[in-house]
Design a protein around this ligand. Structure first.
Ligand SMILES: NC(=O)c1ccc[n+]([C@@H]2O[C@H](COP(=O)([O-])OP(=O)(O)OC[C@H]3O[C@@H](n4cnc5c(N)ncnc54)[C@H](O)[C@@H]3O)[C@@H](O)[C@H]2O)c1
Length: 335
């Protein structure tokens, strides 16, 4: 396996997970760590011994032996750092959201395409074995057509100052909605409130309409007594729930639904409730970040298009923009 030489920018609360994961990934060497905070840099270096350190990513970009960069800094610097890394000829994995506007996200997609570089976004849930199990159920027709789906992603914290709960939390929900439906939404409606900081929503409720008639709804908040990370998919045949707070029983499959029957001798349609078994399917659980990192390294080695590529990151940012517009105007927004 060819070794991939990686530089990581941003060794904060989440970034250290990238440092640990890439440092332990087979066929990978973490050769540079960058963070403007020297304390965080020193702590991260304990996880990737031998890595050189710098306050900025620029030093690593000048190193010709570095093939790929992981950008896990605060969202407002994603675009500038990713652009510099791509322009320096490095493959890039950027944390979500890819950028803070569709214009900036589109620019990154364009540069990566022109230079033939891998651009991947950290839409972590697309690498979650439970989400892939759900996707498999849908692809096999086990749930029937999706009628609607909803997600709840709430907790007390982490409160951010430079982005609202929508941009901080919802990229995950939106990326899963796109993945499971296999469609792009056409319309967004939203409601949200700023309680703690002026102009920064702590709680956002939004719905997306899909061309197939499905609707996807989400509630995201960092001001909530519960820690909930849950998706529910209501299909025409069966229903399923993915609860990421469950240690082992992450997916429950409900053989529940409503049968529409035409009774013999009558033209009336009769709706009968079907209350069947609830099952807990087995699937092999592996840490999603490990799978995400390994996919990125494979894409770099084989010049493959990642599952969460730049286009996918751009699609999510476009939807975040539409939801933001719906939030501000209080009106539905066509996407
Ligand atoms: N995929 C996930 O599940 C997940 C989870 C949490 C956070 N995130 C994302 O990860 C990113 C970081 O989040 P966090 O919680 O670690 O934030 P954080 O504030 O804890 O860490 C950010 C770090 O980046 C450093 N930094 C900022 N600008 C820099 C620059 N220009 N050059 C070098 N270092 C710089 C800061 O000093 C800090 O240490 C965010 O984009 C966030 O959305 C993703």
């Amino acid at each position: 396996m060819t070794e991939v030489n990686v530089a990581i920018a941003g060794c904060g609360q989440w970034g250290v997970n990238h440092v640990r994961t890439f440092a332990n990934a087979p066929g990978c060497r973490v050769s540079w760590l960058a963070d403007t905070d020297p304390k965080r840099l020193a702590k991260a270096r304990e996880l990737a011994r031998g890595a050189k350190t710098a306050p900025e990513l620029e030093a690593a970009l000048k190193d010709e032996s570095v093939q790929a960069c992981v950008i896990a800094t605060n969202s407002e610097s994603h675009h500038a750092l990713a652009r510099k890394a791509l322009e320096a000829g490095k493959h890039v994995l950027v944390e979500k959201p890819l950028a803070l506007s569709a214009k900036e996200a589109g620019e990154l997609v364009e540069i990566a395409g022109r230079k033939g570089l891998v651009l991947m976004v950290g839409h972590l849930l697309l690498y979650h074995p439970a989400v892939n199990y759900l996707k498999g159920l849908l692809d096999k027709g086990e749930l029937g057509q999706i009628l609607y789906l909803y997600s709840v992603r709430v907790n007390l914290g982490a409160i951010r100052r430079n982005e609202n709960a929508l941009w901080s939390l919802a990229p995950h929900d939106i990326s899963v909605m796109l993945y499971l439906t296999g469609q792009q939404p056409t319309r967004a409606i939203a409601n949200g409130k700023c309680f703690l900081q002026k102009g920064i929503e702590d709680v956002v409720f939004f719905s997306l309409d899909f061309p197939g008639g499905q609707v996807a709804h989400a509630q995201v908040s960092w001001l909530d007594p519960h820690k909930i990370r849950k998706f529910t998919v209501v299909g025409a045949r069966k229903m399923a729930a993915f609860d990421d707070m469950e240690a082992t029983e992450k997916i429950k499959l409900y053989d529940k639904g409503v049968n529409q029957e035409i009774r013999y001798g009558s033209y009336d349609e009769v709706l009968t409730l079907r209350e069947g078994d609830i099952s807990i399917p087995y699937f092999r659980m592996t840490e999603p970040l490990r799978l995400e990192a390994s996919h990125f390294l494979d894409c770099v080695r084989d010049k493959k298009k990642p599952l969460s590529d730049g286009e996918n990151g751009l699609a999510v940012v476009r939807i975040l923009e539409a939801i933001t517009q719906a939030l501000k105007s209080g009106k539905p927004v066509e996407i």
